[in-house]
Design a protein around this ligand. Structure first.
Ligand code: FES
Length: 365
């Protein structure tokens, strides 16, 4: 927080989530490659191992990118998904790593030489990435071939889809490289956030890459339909969550002349989590810990993250975006940190939560 660059703490839960993520990705890759070979055997076709591995890693990166981009809107639509917000950055870094392997293969140390046109021996378990494998058959060096052979820039159907993949990977690289809080602190939050919004530019480029790649190399219309369905599902999720936020912002519960506002039943909030309500134009995060309730401003002091989508850890509300913590009773960050958010007076009456819409000023330490 203010005195050090530690944004993503390695908690036990994060380690478990990362282990699950790596395990699921490994299972997907194995299943993809094995199934491809089984299908090829059934059809009596011989498959190139490199081509299958390239597609396995590329599709894994593409699917994981969709899941990563869906977490934000999903967590606004249902609290079940809040917990995934804590690992979203790790998922983004994993997307880049899978994409990089799709491009470079597992012969990474020899790739620069292969791209420059030098032949190097390949280990038995390794595979060539897409740059070396698809561009290694002519006289041109693979990297030169990648950027120069297809010049159909004026044709949508023949457009060099590989270049769209390069744009997408560069964007993912920048995202992964500056994902640590060191960069967040040095670039300042607005600049860092603006750069991270360019993930949607990278996403658009990758949709074009996969879509045109499917149509130009596979001529498989079902793959194109699948790609478009994924993009449509993501767009729908973002529109739905935007509409939900706009709608709940309009449903201001505070009424003139009422000093206490009934914001709902205690049992409607999961233990250790929160719900967000609108009071006098301000979003308030109402947290439940057992039979106690606490109301804090929903706006994290770090980067305006949605505090109400976080969880209670060690008597603190933890922001889901980068882990800033605020004590439930005071709204102040535990020492030695100095951030704080306003709190609101709360009462529990017969299982109903009553909140005064007049905030208590943030505690300064
Ligand atoms: S911790 Fe970064 S926005 Fe809350």
């Amino acid at each position: 927080m203010t005195h050090q660059y530690v944004a993503v703490q390695w908690t036990r839960r994060k380690v478990i989530y990362d282990a699950i993520l790596i395990g699921l990705m490994a299972l997907y890759l194995l299943a993809f490659m094995q199934t491809s070979h089984w299908i090829a055997d059934l059809r009596g076709i011989e498959l190139e191992t490199d081509g299958v591995a390239i597609r396995a890693y590329g599709s894994a990166a593409y699917i994981l990118l969709h899941l990563t981009l869906a977490i934000g809107p999903l967590s606004r639509l249902h609290p079940w998904f809040h917990t995934l917000l804590f690992n979203r950055r790790h998922m983004g870094v994993m997307v880049f790593l899978l994409g990089a392997i799709h491009v470079s293969g597992w012969t990474l140390p020899s790739q620069p030489w292969i791209w420059l046109g030098m032949k190097t021996p390949k280990l038995p378990w390794a595979f060539y990435g897409s740059v070396a494998w698809y561009n290694n058959f002519g006289d041109l060096k693979p990297l030169v071939s990648l950027f120069t052979v297809n010049r159909h820039f004026g044709s949508l159907a023949l457009f060099p889809f590989e270049l769209l993949g390069v744009i997408g990977l560069v964007v993912l690289f920048v995202m992964a490289a500056i994902s640590h809080d060191f960069w967040l602190a040095n670039l300042t939050a607005p600049v860092w956030k603006a750069i991270h919004m360019s993930v949607y530019v990278g996403y658009a480029a990758l949709v074009g890459h996969v879509l045109l790649g499917a149509l130009q190399t596979n001529r498989n219309p079902w793959l194109a339909v699948l790609v478009l369905s994924g993009a449509l599902a993501l767009l729908t999720l973002h529109l739905l969550s935007g509409w939900r936020e706009w709608y709940s912002d309009r449903a201001d519960l505070a009424q003139p002349g009422h000093s206490w506002v009934d914001v709902g039943a205690l049992q409607d909030i999961a233990d250790g989590a929160a719900k967000v309500v609108m009071l006098s134009g301000e979003r308030v995060a109402v947290f439940r810990r057992g039979t106690s309730v606490f109301a804090l401003s929903n706006v994290c002091q770090h980067q305006n993250g949605p505090l109400g989508e976080g969880r209670i850890v060690n008597n603190c509300a933890v922001c889901p975006w980068h882990g800033y913590e605020y004590e439930l009773e005071t709204g102040a960050s535990p020492p030695p940190f100095h951030e704080s958010v306003p709190t609101f007076p709360v009462q529990l009456r017969e299982g109903r939560i009553l909140i005064s819409p007049v905030p208590i000023a943030a505690v300064q330490r």
